[in-house]
Design a protein around this ligand. Sequence first.
Ligand code: AMP
Ligand code: ZN
Length: 666
Amino acid sequence: MTIQQKIQQLRDELNKHNYNYYVLDNPTISDFDFDVKLKELEKLEKENPVFFDANSPTQRVGGSITKNFKTVVHKNRMYSLVNSYSKDDLLDWEKRIHKMLGTSEVEYTCELKFDGASINLTYQNGQFIKAVTRGDGVQGDEVTNNVKTIRSIPLSINSDFIQDFEMRGEIILPLLGFNKMNEERVENGEEEYRNPRNTASGSLKLQDSAEVAKRPLDCLLYQVLTSERKYKTHFESLEQARKVGFKVPKTIMIAKTMNAVFEFINYWDSKRYNLPYETDGVVIKVNNLQQQEELGYTSKAPRWAIAYKFKAEQVSTILNEITYQVGRTGAITPVANLEPVQLSGTIVKRASLHNADQIEKLDVREKDTVFVEKGGEIIPKIIAVDFTKRPENSQPTIYATHCPECNTELVRTPGDAKHYCPNEFGCAPQITGRIQHFISRKAMNIDGLGSETVDLLRKEGLIENYADLYNLSVEQVIPLDRMALKSAQNMISGIEKSKEIPFEKVLFALGIRFVGETVAKKLAKHFKSIDKLMTAKFEELIQVDEIGDRIAQSIIDFSSNLGNIHLINRLKIAGVKLAVSAESLENQTDKLKGQVFVVSGVFHQMSRNELKKAIEDNGGKVSSSISKKTNFIVAGDNMGPSKLTKAQDLGIKIISEQDFIDKIKE
Ligand code: AMP
Ligand code: ZN
């Protein structure tokens, strides 16, 4: 086999596995073996640059920067859709179609209307050429490099399908991925994304395609456009497109009558909440392509298609009061306290109002009757005010000027949507929240101490900050509610043990705004000690990988605060790790970079925790459960049988403690 053939073989194989995983959701190879093949291909491509291919599976990780997206005129205009809101609307549409075609022999397809960003993908001779956003329908932005990172979009296909065609579809952010992105943002003290649709379209316009690659975007296709008359119907062309590798949702159905269309609508109106992504309606299309051509387009939309919009589950209720919540970072969130009302199967009492701009935009006031809706987000939102029901003596909402907890004047920095309470050290929820964050599992992981106990300790005046935890004694905490000798001892020994927690976790535990888990790791690795970090200049900070202006400024603010300097000194005296230990510095390598391990069973040469630490010190990741993402299982004695079967099913490599030790000594 020549090198060129080998490269081609690897590309074909990897494309097939991408398809199995991201389109069929049915992987037939372990992630580890996939990575091995990908690395091999990367190496061969690097050594043989003549065989570079922009559509190679190695190109999906992104990394290109686009400052200005090129405007591209669409070959075929991207139309909008006529909307309808009732079954009568649909019957009228059918009548018009019958009349125009001069026949009542018309078959329809029913599809879900996906809520994301529309995209046009061009393919020629089996190769992906470009991706362009809808824009104004006539011209859009070319976002090829960003779209390439979406694994379910094929970059090369069997060219027997059609030589020259466009695929139309919707780029979406599935709810699970969206909520996960938001959890991370909350953890980092950042404002949550509002909804999956805006986040999906925003993602397409990010300048750094490596950033896009990290977002769990997907692409659902709903139309094949070509001048080749290979297929007679819309349905057939999509079925064939699915066969060559496109993600065409299987929810599409043929409806021979309008009654069948109504059935489809009714079914999905109630089942749509079980879908992994948002849908806001159904699109009904004339199935026969010849008939589609005859019907043609109006200036805005095809005559051969119509959208039916689901009624969003919406209720109206009275807004009793607007209150303000203070988060651990001091961010203020206005909350609408509602007259309890039933919505999408749950009773809703509160809705988020996001920030001052949102309140102003809605012109929402206390005692107003408001419309509440539940989208994909966890917290319901207020859509609008029913102005006809506004009480006569109603007064415009004046946004809180002072913190509801400590009465300090709120601040809002330009460019920030939220107001903040700047009283970091005197504002109760900020103090408590910070301590609760400090002890949490991903931070200092203090056994025997939970959020509620922190509340109690604060109320009793036993602690005022996280450094105070290290001065607590068993005698002091025994008198607390529901505390017994045993639990008091557990708590104090848990606090004692936290002095062993490595520096990177301590850094995360400090609760510096925008310094999440990943950023803390990066900073710890770069600066190696709190002293170096706290004396670093702005210019020095932004040199670090992934540290931008905002994070750098937040670290500077933290470090220049006397209260913080004092706290850090006390943690130091207590013996908390505020620098990377010499020993772990010595042992740190990148040998296991990108590899995910699960540790199971009992070990002899090192403890479980030592083993986990060794994995991380060498750049690997430890995961608690076996999944498709796992590369290795380090199995000790008595590994659970169910774990064993699962690992075997997924084809994950099982290695012994000794194998592991040999691996890192290599
Ligand atoms: P609108 O934005 O309300 O004018 O609706 C038109 C848009 O709906 C199109 O640009 C598509 O992006 C989107 N859409 C979502 N799902 C479908 C589908 N199954 N068929 C056609 N268009 C769809
Ligand atoms: Zn406050």
